[in-house]
Design a protein around this ligand. Structure first.
Ligand code: GCB
Length: 587
Protein backbone atom coordinates (compact mmCIF):
# COMPACT_ATOMS: atom_id res chain seq x y z
CA UNK A 1 0.00 0.00 0.00
CA UNK A 2 1.29 3.43 -0.92
CA UNK A 3 0.63 6.62 0.98
CA UNK A 4 -1.99 8.56 -1.00
CA UNK A 5 -0.73 11.53 -2.94
CA UNK A 6 -1.84 14.17 -5.41
CA UNK A 7 0.13 14.27 -8.66
CA UNK A 8 -0.44 14.75 -12.38
CA UNK A 9 -2.54 11.57 -12.50
CA UNK A 10 -3.73 10.80 -8.96
CA UNK A 11 -6.42 12.82 -7.27
CA UNK A 12 -6.51 13.07 -3.48
CA UNK A 13 -9.66 14.08 -1.63
CA UNK A 14 -9.23 14.77 2.05
CA UNK A 15 -12.05 13.66 4.34
CA UNK A 16 -10.50 15.36 7.36
CA UNK A 17 -12.81 17.64 9.29
CA UNK A 18 -15.73 17.18 11.63
CA UNK A 19 -17.37 13.77 11.53
CA UNK A 20 -20.61 12.76 13.23
CA UNK A 21 -20.08 10.39 16.14
CA UNK A 22 -22.01 8.08 18.38
CA UNK A 23 -20.92 5.78 21.18
CA UNK A 24 -22.00 2.16 21.05
CA UNK A 25 -21.10 0.74 24.47
CA UNK A 26 -23.30 -2.34 24.03
CA UNK A 27 -21.99 -3.01 20.50
CA UNK A 28 -25.49 -3.10 19.05
CA UNK A 29 -24.81 -0.58 16.26
CA UNK A 30 -24.55 -3.08 13.45
CA UNK A 31 -27.74 -4.92 14.47
CA UNK A 32 -29.48 -1.53 14.73
CA UNK A 33 -28.64 -0.67 11.11
CA UNK A 34 -25.95 1.94 11.80
CA UNK A 35 -23.83 0.86 8.81
CA UNK A 36 -26.46 2.61 6.66
CA UNK A 37 -26.35 5.73 8.86
CA UNK A 38 -27.12 6.59 12.47
CA UNK A 39 -28.39 9.58 14.41
CA UNK A 40 -25.30 11.23 15.85
CA UNK A 41 -24.60 12.14 19.43
CA UNK A 42 -21.94 14.77 18.70
CA UNK A 43 -19.28 15.88 16.24
CA UNK A 44 -15.60 14.97 16.56
CA UNK A 45 -12.53 16.20 14.76
CA UNK A 46 -10.67 13.83 12.44
CA UNK A 47 -7.74 13.47 12.76
CA UNK A 48 -7.84 13.34 16.54
CA UNK A 49 -8.15 10.86 19.36
CA UNK A 50 -11.67 11.08 20.77
CA UNK A 51 -10.67 11.04 24.45
CA UNK A 52 -9.65 14.62 25.15
CA UNK A 53 -12.11 16.22 22.72
CA UNK A 54 -15.02 15.75 25.14
CA UNK A 55 -15.06 15.10 28.88
CA UNK A 56 -17.53 12.25 28.49
CA UNK A 57 -15.17 10.45 26.12
CA UNK A 58 -11.98 10.72 28.19
CA UNK A 59 -12.36 7.24 29.67
CA UNK A 60 -14.53 5.74 26.95
CA UNK A 61 -12.82 2.64 25.58
CA UNK A 62 -15.69 1.00 23.74
CA UNK A 63 -17.03 1.16 20.20
CA UNK A 64 -17.54 4.54 18.58
CA UNK A 65 -19.19 5.12 15.20
CA UNK A 66 -18.09 7.87 12.83
CA UNK A 67 -19.92 8.98 9.70
CA UNK A 68 -19.37 11.58 7.02
CA UNK A 69 -20.83 12.37 3.59
CA UNK A 70 -19.03 13.26 0.42
CA UNK A 71 -20.17 14.02 -3.12
CA UNK A 72 -18.82 11.96 -6.03
CA UNK A 73 -18.93 13.42 -9.55
CA UNK A 74 -20.42 11.04 -12.15
CA UNK A 75 -17.03 10.40 -13.81
CA UNK A 76 -15.76 8.70 -10.62
CA UNK A 77 -17.79 5.65 -11.69
CA UNK A 78 -15.05 4.73 -14.19
CA UNK A 79 -12.20 5.46 -11.85
CA UNK A 80 -10.32 3.60 -9.17
CA UNK A 81 -11.31 4.87 -5.73
CA UNK A 82 -9.69 3.82 -2.48
CA UNK A 83 -10.35 4.94 1.05
CA UNK A 84 -7.15 5.43 3.03
CA UNK A 85 -7.35 5.52 6.83
CA UNK A 86 -4.05 6.62 8.40
CA UNK A 87 -4.89 4.86 11.65
CA UNK A 88 -7.96 3.60 13.50
CA UNK A 89 -7.40 2.88 17.15
CA UNK A 90 -7.79 -0.04 17.64
CA UNK A 91 -10.09 -1.98 15.26
CA UNK A 92 -12.21 -0.70 12.43
CA UNK A 93 -15.00 -1.76 10.10
CA UNK A 94 -15.96 0.35 7.11
CA UNK A 95 -19.22 0.69 5.17
CA UNK A 96 -19.93 2.81 2.12
CA UNK A 97 -23.60 3.44 1.44
CA UNK A 98 -24.48 0.61 3.81
CA UNK A 99 -22.20 -1.95 2.09
CA UNK A 100 -19.27 -3.51 3.96
CA UNK A 101 -16.07 -2.21 2.36
CA UNK A 102 -13.33 -3.44 4.68
CA UNK A 103 -11.97 -3.92 8.16
CA UNK A 104 -8.68 -3.63 10.00
CA UNK A 105 -7.12 -4.53 13.32
CA UNK A 106 -4.29 -2.50 14.88
CA UNK A 107 -4.00 1.19 15.60
CA UNK A 108 -0.52 2.17 14.43
CA UNK A 109 -0.53 1.53 10.70
CA UNK A 110 -2.76 2.63 7.82
CA UNK A 111 -5.22 0.53 5.88
CA UNK A 112 -7.24 1.04 2.74
CA UNK A 113 -10.51 -0.16 1.24
CA UNK A 114 -11.48 -0.37 -2.39
CA UNK A 115 -14.60 1.81 -2.58
CA UNK A 116 -15.18 1.54 -6.28
CA UNK A 117 -17.86 -1.22 -6.15
CA UNK A 118 -19.99 0.77 -3.68
CA UNK A 119 -19.62 4.33 -4.92
CA UNK A 120 -22.70 6.33 -6.03
CA UNK A 121 -22.69 9.32 -8.33
CA UNK A 122 -23.79 12.15 -6.04
CA UNK A 123 -23.91 11.82 -2.27
CA UNK A 124 -22.13 8.95 -0.49
CA UNK A 125 -22.32 7.98 3.16
CA UNK A 126 -19.15 6.66 4.71
CA UNK A 127 -19.44 4.95 8.12
CA UNK A 128 -16.52 3.71 10.21
CA UNK A 129 -16.98 1.77 13.41
CA UNK A 130 -13.89 2.18 15.59
CA UNK A 131 -13.54 -0.26 18.43
CA UNK A 132 -11.33 1.32 21.09
CA UNK A 133 -11.72 -1.61 23.51
CA UNK A 134 -8.70 -2.53 25.57
CA UNK A 135 -7.91 -5.96 24.20
CA UNK A 136 -5.24 -7.96 26.05
CA UNK A 137 -4.30 -9.67 22.77
CA UNK A 138 -3.80 -6.55 20.66
CA UNK A 139 -0.39 -5.37 19.47
CA UNK A 140 0.50 -3.83 21.82
CA UNK A 141 -1.61 -5.75 24.36
CA UNK A 142 -3.82 -2.96 25.66
CA UNK A 143 -4.47 -4.42 29.10
CA UNK A 144 -3.45 -7.14 31.48
CA UNK A 145 -5.49 -10.30 31.87
CA UNK A 146 -7.34 -10.79 35.15
CA UNK A 147 -4.79 -11.59 37.86
CA UNK A 148 -1.81 -10.79 35.64
CA UNK A 149 1.03 -8.64 37.01
CA UNK A 150 3.50 -6.44 35.23
CA UNK A 151 5.81 -4.34 37.34
CA UNK A 152 4.39 -0.86 37.75
CA UNK A 153 1.22 -1.41 35.74
CA UNK A 154 -1.12 -3.69 37.69
CA UNK A 155 -2.60 -0.81 39.59
CA UNK A 156 -3.19 1.78 36.90
CA UNK A 157 -6.50 2.99 35.52
CA UNK A 158 -7.01 1.79 32.87
CA UNK A 159 -4.79 -1.23 33.57
CA UNK A 160 -2.77 -1.00 30.38
CA UNK A 161 0.45 -2.97 29.93
CA UNK A 162 2.39 0.11 28.86
CA UNK A 163 3.13 3.59 30.13
CA UNK A 164 1.11 5.77 27.76
CA UNK A 165 -2.55 6.62 27.49
CA UNK A 166 -4.54 4.18 25.32
CA UNK A 167 -6.09 6.84 23.11
CA UNK A 168 -8.87 5.73 20.75
CA UNK A 169 -10.47 7.08 17.58
CA UNK A 170 -9.19 8.19 14.19
CA UNK A 171 -5.89 9.91 14.97
CA UNK A 172 -4.57 10.29 11.42
CA UNK A 173 -5.92 11.63 8.15
CA UNK A 174 -8.67 9.91 6.21
CA UNK A 175 -8.70 10.43 2.45
CA UNK A 176 -9.87 9.16 -0.91
CA UNK A 177 -7.30 8.29 -3.54
CA UNK A 178 -8.57 8.34 -7.13
CA UNK A 179 -6.85 6.99 -10.22
CA UNK A 180 -8.14 7.20 -13.84
CA UNK A 181 -8.99 3.47 -13.86
CA UNK A 182 -8.92 0.68 -11.27
CA UNK A 183 -5.51 -0.39 -12.63
CA UNK A 184 -2.85 1.16 -10.43
CA UNK A 185 0.61 0.99 -8.97
CA UNK A 186 0.18 -1.08 -5.82
CA UNK A 187 3.63 -1.18 -4.29
CA UNK A 188 7.06 0.26 -4.93
CA UNK A 189 10.40 -0.76 -3.59
CA UNK A 190 13.44 1.38 -4.23
CA UNK A 191 16.83 0.04 -3.15
CA UNK A 192 19.86 2.27 -3.75
CA UNK A 193 23.30 0.62 -3.60
CA UNK A 194 26.31 2.89 -3.37
CA UNK A 195 29.58 1.82 -5.02
CA UNK A 196 32.45 1.48 -2.54
CA UNK A 197 34.20 4.56 -3.93
CA UNK A 198 30.98 6.59 -3.89
CA UNK A 199 31.21 7.34 -7.61
CA UNK A 200 27.87 5.75 -8.47
CA UNK A 201 24.65 4.43 -6.95
CA UNK A 202 22.69 1.61 -8.56
CA UNK A 203 18.98 2.14 -7.99
CA UNK A 204 16.73 -0.88 -8.23
CA UNK A 205 13.04 -0.06 -8.50
CA UNK A 206 10.49 -2.86 -8.14
CA UNK A 207 6.97 -1.91 -9.18
CA UNK A 208 3.85 -4.01 -8.63
CA UNK A 209 0.65 -3.11 -10.43
CA UNK A 210 -2.88 -4.38 -9.94
CA UNK A 211 -5.69 -4.97 -12.37
CA UNK A 212 -3.27 -5.93 -15.13
CA UNK A 213 -5.28 -8.79 -16.60
CA UNK A 214 -6.70 -8.30 -20.06
CA UNK A 215 -5.30 -7.62 -23.49
CA UNK A 216 -3.89 -4.11 -22.85
CA UNK A 217 -0.16 -3.74 -23.14
CA UNK A 218 1.06 -1.90 -20.10
CA UNK A 219 4.27 0.01 -19.81
CA UNK A 220 6.11 1.47 -16.85
CA UNK A 221 8.46 4.48 -16.93
CA UNK A 222 10.74 5.38 -14.06
CA UNK A 223 12.44 8.76 -14.08
CA UNK A 224 15.20 9.53 -11.58
CA UNK A 225 17.32 12.67 -11.79
CA UNK A 226 16.32 13.36 -15.41
CA UNK A 227 16.98 9.83 -16.71
CA UNK A 228 14.02 7.66 -17.72
CA UNK A 229 14.06 3.86 -17.91
CA UNK A 230 11.23 1.78 -19.31
CA UNK A 231 9.88 -1.70 -18.61
CA UNK A 232 6.91 -3.92 -19.31
CA UNK A 233 5.32 -5.60 -16.28
CA UNK A 234 5.17 -9.40 -16.32
CA UNK A 235 1.91 -11.34 -16.14
CA UNK A 236 1.72 -10.75 -12.39
CA UNK A 237 2.03 -6.99 -12.87
CA UNK A 238 5.61 -6.82 -11.62
CA UNK A 239 8.59 -5.07 -13.15
CA UNK A 240 12.14 -4.44 -11.96
CA UNK A 241 13.90 -1.38 -13.34
CA UNK A 242 17.54 -0.55 -12.78
CA UNK A 243 18.93 2.92 -13.00
CA UNK A 244 22.10 4.56 -11.88
CA UNK A 245 23.12 7.89 -10.39
CA UNK A 246 26.60 9.20 -11.05
CA UNK A 247 28.29 10.88 -8.07
CA UNK A 248 25.12 10.80 -5.93
CA UNK A 249 24.65 13.44 -3.29
CA UNK A 250 24.52 11.55 0.00
CA UNK A 251 21.82 12.05 2.62
CA UNK A 252 23.36 12.71 6.04
CA UNK A 253 22.65 14.32 9.42
CA UNK A 254 21.79 17.96 8.74
CA UNK A 255 22.35 17.31 5.02
CA UNK A 256 18.99 16.15 3.71
CA UNK A 257 19.84 15.33 0.09
CA UNK A 258 16.83 13.61 -1.45
CA UNK A 259 15.93 12.12 -4.82
CA UNK A 260 12.53 11.40 -6.32
CA UNK A 261 11.62 8.38 -8.43
CA UNK A 262 8.73 9.33 -10.74
CA UNK A 263 6.96 6.15 -11.71
CA UNK A 264 4.24 6.09 -14.34
CA UNK A 265 2.03 3.31 -15.57
CA UNK A 266 0.53 3.65 -19.05
CA UNK A 267 -1.33 1.73 -21.74
CA UNK A 268 -1.51 2.77 -25.39
CA UNK A 269 -0.23 6.25 -24.63
CA UNK A 270 -2.74 6.80 -21.81
CA UNK A 271 -1.53 7.49 -18.27
CA UNK A 272 -3.21 5.02 -15.92
CA UNK A 273 -1.33 5.90 -12.77
CA UNK A 274 1.70 7.76 -11.49
CA UNK A 275 3.54 7.87 -8.19
CA UNK A 276 6.39 9.99 -6.89
CA UNK A 277 8.52 8.32 -4.27
CA UNK A 278 11.18 10.25 -2.39
CA UNK A 279 14.29 8.37 -1.31
CA UNK A 280 17.86 9.05 -0.27
CA UNK A 281 21.25 7.54 -0.94
CA UNK A 282 23.34 6.79 2.14
CA UNK A 283 24.90 3.82 3.88
CA UNK A 284 24.44 2.61 7.44
CA UNK A 285 26.46 -0.12 9.06
CA UNK A 286 27.39 -1.42 12.47
CA UNK A 287 31.09 -2.24 12.32
CA UNK A 288 33.21 -3.15 15.33
CA UNK A 289 32.37 -0.70 18.09
CA UNK A 290 30.84 1.87 15.78
CA UNK A 291 27.65 2.87 14.05
CA UNK A 292 28.70 4.21 10.66
CA UNK A 293 26.66 6.60 8.52
CA UNK A 294 28.26 7.05 5.11
CA UNK A 295 31.36 5.44 6.57
CA UNK A 296 31.69 7.91 9.46
CA UNK A 297 30.89 7.14 13.12
CA UNK A 298 27.75 8.67 14.57
CA UNK A 299 26.87 9.14 18.22
CA UNK A 300 23.07 9.28 18.67
CA UNK A 301 21.92 12.19 20.82
CA UNK A 302 18.20 12.71 21.32
CA UNK A 303 15.14 11.18 22.85
CA UNK A 304 12.44 8.61 22.96
CA UNK A 305 9.17 10.37 22.14
CA UNK A 306 5.44 9.86 21.88
CA UNK A 307 2.72 11.00 19.55
CA UNK A 308 1.00 12.95 22.31
CA UNK A 309 -0.37 16.43 22.77
CA UNK A 310 -3.13 18.10 24.76
CA UNK A 311 -6.64 17.80 23.28
CA UNK A 312 -5.43 16.08 20.08
CA UNK A 313 -4.28 13.07 22.14
CA UNK A 314 -2.40 10.95 19.66
CA UNK A 315 -4.05 12.85 16.81
CA UNK A 316 -1.78 14.12 14.08
CA UNK A 317 -1.21 17.84 14.54
CA UNK A 318 1.14 19.42 11.94
CA UNK A 319 2.30 22.40 14.07
CA UNK A 320 3.58 19.91 16.66
CA UNK A 321 5.85 18.29 14.07
CA UNK A 322 7.38 21.66 13.24
CA UNK A 323 7.76 22.56 16.90
CA UNK A 324 9.33 19.25 17.91
CA UNK A 325 11.89 19.32 15.12
CA UNK A 326 12.64 22.95 15.96
CA UNK A 327 13.33 21.93 19.56
CA UNK A 328 15.47 18.97 18.47
CA UNK A 329 17.58 21.41 16.46
CA UNK A 330 17.64 23.94 19.32
CA UNK A 331 18.86 21.38 21.82
CA UNK A 332 21.44 19.87 19.48
CA UNK A 333 19.87 16.39 19.13
CA UNK A 334 20.50 14.41 15.96
CA UNK A 335 17.92 11.64 16.44
CA UNK A 336 14.82 10.19 18.10
CA UNK A 337 13.11 6.83 18.51
CA UNK A 338 9.48 6.37 17.51
CA UNK A 339 8.77 4.80 20.90
CA UNK A 340 6.66 2.71 21.15
CA UNK A 341 4.91 2.29 17.78
CA UNK A 342 5.08 3.50 14.18
CA UNK A 343 4.17 7.20 13.95
CA UNK A 344 2.24 9.08 11.28
CA UNK A 345 4.30 9.05 8.08
CA UNK A 346 4.70 12.82 8.13
CA UNK A 347 7.16 12.50 11.07
CA UNK A 348 9.57 10.41 8.99
CA UNK A 349 9.13 12.63 5.93
CA UNK A 350 9.99 15.69 7.98
CA UNK A 351 13.06 13.89 9.37
CA UNK A 352 14.07 13.04 5.78
CA UNK A 353 13.79 16.69 4.77
CA UNK A 354 15.73 17.97 7.78
CA UNK A 355 18.49 15.40 8.18
CA UNK A 356 17.38 13.88 11.49
CA UNK A 357 18.01 10.19 12.31
CA UNK A 358 15.12 7.94 13.32
CA UNK A 359 15.11 4.63 15.14
CA UNK A 360 11.78 3.23 13.98
CA UNK A 361 10.01 0.98 16.45
CA UNK A 362 7.28 -1.68 16.16
CA UNK A 363 4.34 -1.53 18.60
CA UNK A 364 5.66 -4.61 20.43
CA UNK A 365 5.64 -3.09 23.90
CA UNK A 366 4.24 -4.55 27.11
CA UNK A 367 4.91 -8.14 25.95
CA UNK A 368 5.01 -10.85 28.56
CA UNK A 369 5.42 -14.55 27.90
CA UNK A 370 1.76 -15.25 27.10
CA UNK A 371 2.18 -13.25 23.86
CA UNK A 372 4.49 -15.85 22.28
CA UNK A 373 1.70 -18.10 21.00
CA UNK A 374 1.40 -18.99 17.30
CA UNK A 375 -1.55 -16.69 16.54
CA UNK A 376 0.09 -13.60 18.04
CA UNK A 377 3.46 -14.43 16.51
CA UNK A 378 1.96 -14.60 13.02
CA UNK A 379 0.07 -11.36 13.55
CA UNK A 380 3.20 -9.65 14.86
CA UNK A 381 5.23 -10.83 11.93
CA UNK A 382 2.61 -9.46 9.49
CA UNK A 383 2.53 -6.16 11.32
CA UNK A 384 6.30 -5.83 11.24
CA UNK A 385 6.23 -6.53 7.50
CA UNK A 386 3.61 -3.79 7.01
CA UNK A 387 5.73 -1.34 9.02
CA UNK A 388 8.91 -2.06 7.08
CA UNK A 389 7.08 -1.85 3.76
CA UNK A 390 5.53 1.47 4.77
CA UNK A 391 8.72 3.11 6.09
CA UNK A 392 11.59 1.57 4.14
CA UNK A 393 12.11 4.51 1.78
CA UNK A 394 12.98 7.02 4.49
CA UNK A 395 16.72 7.70 4.57
CA UNK A 396 16.16 9.09 8.08
CA UNK A 397 15.22 5.61 9.32
CA UNK A 398 18.60 4.08 10.11
CA UNK A 399 17.66 1.31 12.58
CA UNK A 400 14.61 -0.91 13.10
CA UNK A 401 13.78 -1.45 16.77
CA UNK A 402 11.69 -4.60 16.92
CA UNK A 403 10.37 -4.27 20.48
CA UNK A 404 10.51 -2.30 23.71
CA UNK A 405 11.26 -4.04 27.00
CA UNK A 406 9.87 -7.50 26.26
CA UNK A 407 9.84 -10.17 28.96
CA UNK A 408 11.36 -13.03 26.97
CA UNK A 409 12.12 -15.77 29.54
CA UNK A 410 10.66 -18.81 27.71
CA UNK A 411 11.85 -20.90 24.76
CA UNK A 412 8.87 -19.53 22.81
CA UNK A 413 9.95 -15.96 23.58
CA UNK A 414 13.48 -16.73 22.52
CA UNK A 415 12.24 -18.25 19.26
CA UNK A 416 9.94 -15.28 18.64
CA UNK A 417 12.76 -12.74 18.85
CA UNK A 418 15.04 -14.83 16.67
CA UNK A 419 12.29 -15.22 14.10
CA UNK A 420 11.58 -11.48 14.10
CA UNK A 421 15.26 -10.76 13.52
CA UNK A 422 15.46 -13.17 10.59
CA UNK A 423 12.29 -11.82 9.00
CA UNK A 424 13.33 -8.19 9.43
CA UNK A 425 16.66 -8.91 7.72
CA UNK A 426 14.89 -10.64 4.84
CA UNK A 427 12.49 -7.73 4.40
CA UNK A 428 15.26 -5.16 4.66
CA UNK A 429 18.87 -6.30 4.51
CA UNK A 430 20.06 -2.67 4.41
CA UNK A 431 19.36 -1.58 8.00
CA UNK A 432 20.72 -2.70 11.36
CA UNK A 433 18.19 -4.11 13.82
CA UNK A 434 17.85 -3.97 17.58
CA UNK A 435 15.29 -4.34 20.32
CA UNK A 436 15.26 -2.39 23.55
CA UNK A 437 16.09 -4.40 26.67
CA UNK A 438 15.24 -3.51 30.26
CA UNK A 439 16.42 -6.49 32.24
CA UNK A 440 19.80 -8.21 32.43
CA UNK A 441 21.80 -9.77 29.57
CA UNK A 442 20.80 -13.28 30.70
CA UNK A 443 17.13 -12.30 30.22
CA UNK A 444 17.92 -11.13 26.68
CA UNK A 445 19.56 -14.10 24.98
CA UNK A 446 18.19 -13.40 21.48
CA UNK A 447 20.08 -10.09 21.51
CA UNK A 448 23.03 -12.05 20.12
CA UNK A 449 21.36 -12.08 16.71
CA UNK A 450 20.68 -8.31 16.65
CA UNK A 451 23.22 -5.71 15.48
CA UNK A 452 23.30 -3.38 18.41
CA UNK A 453 22.22 -3.51 22.03
CA UNK A 454 19.71 -0.95 23.26
CA UNK A 455 19.10 -0.72 27.01
CA UNK A 456 16.65 1.26 29.16
CA UNK A 457 17.86 1.93 32.71
CA UNK A 458 16.59 4.21 35.46
CA UNK A 459 19.30 4.16 38.14
CA UNK A 460 18.69 7.06 40.50
CA UNK A 461 14.95 6.74 39.87
CA UNK A 462 13.31 3.31 40.04
CA UNK A 463 16.55 1.89 41.45
CA UNK A 464 18.60 3.83 43.98
CA UNK A 465 15.99 6.59 44.12
CA UNK A 466 17.34 9.99 45.08
CA UNK A 467 20.99 9.07 44.52
CA UNK A 468 22.62 10.77 41.59
CA UNK A 469 26.30 10.24 42.33
CA UNK A 470 25.57 6.85 43.85
CA UNK A 471 23.71 5.70 40.74
CA UNK A 472 26.63 6.18 38.40
CA UNK A 473 28.61 3.08 39.32
CA UNK A 474 25.52 0.85 38.93
CA UNK A 475 24.59 2.56 35.66
CA UNK A 476 28.10 2.12 34.23
CA UNK A 477 28.35 -1.47 35.46
CA UNK A 478 25.08 -2.31 33.74
CA UNK A 479 26.35 -0.96 30.41
CA UNK A 480 29.55 -2.96 30.94
CA UNK A 481 27.58 -6.19 31.55
CA UNK A 482 25.70 -5.81 28.26
CA UNK A 483 28.95 -5.08 26.47
CA UNK A 484 30.67 -8.10 27.99
CA UNK A 485 27.73 -10.39 27.18
CA UNK A 486 27.19 -9.42 23.54
CA UNK A 487 30.39 -7.65 22.41
CA UNK A 488 28.37 -5.24 20.32
CA UNK A 489 27.93 -1.48 20.40
CA UNK A 490 25.54 -0.40 23.15
CA UNK A 491 23.07 2.43 23.11
CA UNK A 492 21.34 3.71 26.22
CA UNK A 493 17.85 4.07 24.78
CA UNK A 494 16.17 5.45 27.90
CA UNK A 495 17.43 7.09 31.10
CA UNK A 496 16.07 10.01 33.07
CA UNK A 497 13.84 11.16 35.89
CA UNK A 498 10.46 12.83 36.38
CA UNK A 499 10.56 16.57 36.99
CA UNK A 500 7.48 18.66 37.68
CA UNK A 501 8.07 21.90 35.80
CA UNK A 502 8.46 24.74 38.26
CA UNK A 503 9.57 22.60 41.21
CA UNK A 504 13.05 23.73 42.30
CA UNK A 505 15.00 22.23 45.19
CA UNK A 506 18.48 22.83 46.54
CA UNK A 507 19.92 20.31 47.16
CA UNK A 508 18.38 18.53 44.22
CA UNK A 509 15.70 15.97 45.09
CA UNK A 510 13.46 13.72 43.06
CA UNK A 511 10.75 15.49 41.02
CA UNK A 512 12.68 18.79 40.96
CA UNK A 513 14.04 20.27 37.75
CA UNK A 514 17.51 20.26 39.33
CA UNK A 515 17.39 16.52 40.02
CA UNK A 516 16.37 15.69 36.46
CA UNK A 517 19.00 18.02 34.98
CA UNK A 518 21.77 16.65 37.20
CA UNK A 519 20.95 13.00 36.63
CA UNK A 520 20.71 13.15 32.83
CA UNK A 521 23.95 15.15 32.61
CA UNK A 522 25.85 12.86 35.00
CA UNK A 523 24.65 9.63 33.36
CA UNK A 524 25.22 10.99 29.87
CA UNK A 525 28.83 11.74 30.74
CA UNK A 526 29.22 8.35 32.45
CA UNK A 527 27.96 6.60 29.30
CA UNK A 528 30.35 8.59 27.12
CA UNK A 529 33.36 7.24 28.99
CA UNK A 530 32.85 4.03 27.03
CA UNK A 531 33.99 4.15 23.42
CA UNK A 532 31.56 1.37 22.44
CA UNK A 533 28.50 3.34 23.60
CA UNK A 534 27.10 4.71 20.36
CA UNK A 535 24.19 6.76 21.63
CA UNK A 536 22.25 8.17 24.56
CA UNK A 537 18.54 8.91 24.22
CA UNK A 538 16.99 10.64 27.20
CA UNK A 539 13.50 9.56 28.25
CA UNK A 540 11.55 11.49 27.26
CA UNK A 541 11.36 14.35 24.81
CA UNK A 542 8.22 15.85 26.36
CA UNK A 543 5.83 15.04 29.22
CA UNK A 544 3.02 12.77 28.03
CA UNK A 545 -0.35 11.48 29.17
CA UNK A 546 -0.49 8.09 30.87
CA UNK A 547 -3.07 5.99 32.66
CA UNK A 548 -3.80 7.19 36.20
CA UNK A 549 -1.68 5.68 38.95
CA UNK A 550 0.05 6.68 42.15
CA UNK A 551 3.37 6.80 40.25
CA UNK A 552 2.21 9.42 37.74
CA UNK A 553 1.27 13.00 38.63
CA UNK A 554 -1.43 13.24 35.92
CA UNK A 555 1.17 12.28 33.33
CA UNK A 556 4.68 10.95 32.89
CA UNK A 557 6.88 13.93 33.78
CA UNK A 558 10.18 12.60 32.46
CA UNK A 559 9.94 15.04 29.56
CA UNK A 560 12.87 17.35 29.13
CA UNK A 561 10.20 19.61 27.67
CA UNK A 562 6.75 20.09 29.16
CA UNK A 563 3.74 18.72 27.33
CA UNK A 564 3.25 22.16 25.76
CA UNK A 565 6.89 22.09 24.60
CA UNK A 566 8.68 24.49 26.93
CA UNK A 567 12.15 23.60 28.25
CA UNK A 568 12.83 22.39 31.77
CA UNK A 569 16.25 22.92 33.33
CA UNK A 570 17.42 19.57 31.89
CA UNK A 571 16.82 20.87 28.36
CA UNK A 572 19.21 23.76 28.93
CA UNK A 573 21.79 21.39 30.46
CA UNK A 574 21.57 18.96 27.54
CA UNK A 575 21.82 21.85 25.11
CA UNK A 576 25.14 22.82 26.65
CA UNK A 577 26.40 19.23 26.48
CA UNK A 578 25.17 18.50 22.96
CA UNK A 579 26.25 21.73 21.39
CA UNK A 580 29.83 21.53 22.54
CA UNK A 581 32.15 20.76 19.65
CA UNK A 582 34.06 18.32 21.90
CA UNK A 583 33.20 16.53 25.12
CA UNK A 584 34.43 17.99 28.40
CA UNK A 585 38.02 16.99 29.17
CA UNK A 586 37.08 14.75 32.12
CA UNK A 587 35.02 12.33 29.99
C1 GCB B 1 10.35 2.60 30.36
C2 GCB B 1 9.44 2.50 29.20
C3 GCB B 1 8.69 3.79 28.93
C4 GCB B 1 8.25 4.41 30.25
C5 GCB B 1 9.46 4.71 31.09
C6 GCB B 1 9.09 5.30 32.45
O1 GCB B 1 11.27 1.83 30.52
O2 GCB B 1 10.08 2.05 28.04
O3 GCB B 1 7.61 3.51 28.11
O4 GCB B 1 7.48 5.55 30.06
O5 GCB B 1 10.18 3.54 31.32
O6 GCB B 1 9.00 6.51 32.58
O7 GCB B 1 8.89 4.53 33.38
Amino acid sequence: MLKPQRNSVRELVSLDGFWQFRRDPEKTGEASGWPAGFSPECELAVPGSWNEQRSDLMYFFGCGWYQTRFAAPAQWAQRGAWLHVGSAQRRARVWLNGKAAGSHRGGCLPFECNLWPFLHAGENLLVIEVDGSLDPWDLPPARLLEGEERAGFHNSNPAVTYDFFPYAGLPRSVSLQLTPTPTRIETLRIVPRLAADGSEAMIEVTVECSGTSGPRSLGIDVEIDGITQQAVPDSTGRAVIRSSLAHPRLWDVGQPELYVARVSLHAAGRALDAYEQTFGVRTVEVRGDEFLLNGRPVFFTGFGKHEDFAVAGRGFFPPLVVRDFDLLRWIGANSFRTSHYPYAEEWYEYADRHGVLVIAETPFVGFNTRMYCPEVIDRASGLMRDMIQRDRHHPSVVVWSLANEPDIDTAEGDAFFRRLATEARTLDPTRPITYVAHREPENNRPMDCYDLVCVNKYYGWYEQPGEIAGSLAAFGACLDRFRAAFKKPVMIAEFGADAIAGVHLQPAEMFSEEYQADIVAAQYLEARRRPWVIGAHVWAFADFKTAQSITRVTMNRKGVFTRDRQPKLAAHRLRELWQQPALPAEV
